[in-house]
Write a protein that binds this ligand. Structure first.
Ligand SMILES: [Zn+2]
Length: 79
């Protein structure tokens, strides 16, 4: 989950204020709007052949929650 602050320059820009893991709620550290820890960022627009036609789902996971999620996979993550 991202929280942004709007910055007024010649064009209004969005700067990341906070990145929060959707699963555990912990904050992913940022410095000057840039992440200081790696994390998984997902943005998925569901298509016609789904139950969520055109719905856009966005979430972020910290590395620890990512590790816990992929540990449940029957087939391990590929390279
Ligand atoms: Zn997490």
């Amino acid at each position: 989950m991202r929280q942004y602050e709007m910055i007024e320059t010649r064009e209004t820009q969005r700067k990341i204020k906070k990145i929060i893991c959707n699963k555990c709620g912990r904050e992913i550290p940022t410095e000057k709007g840039e992440p200081r820890a790696d994390f998984l960022s997902v943005e998925k627009r569901w298509g016609y052949f789904s139950e969520k036609d055109n719905q856009v789902d966005v979430f972020d996971l910290c590395e620890e929650c990512y590790d816990a999620l992929v540990a449940t996979f029957v087939i391990p993550v590929g390279e």
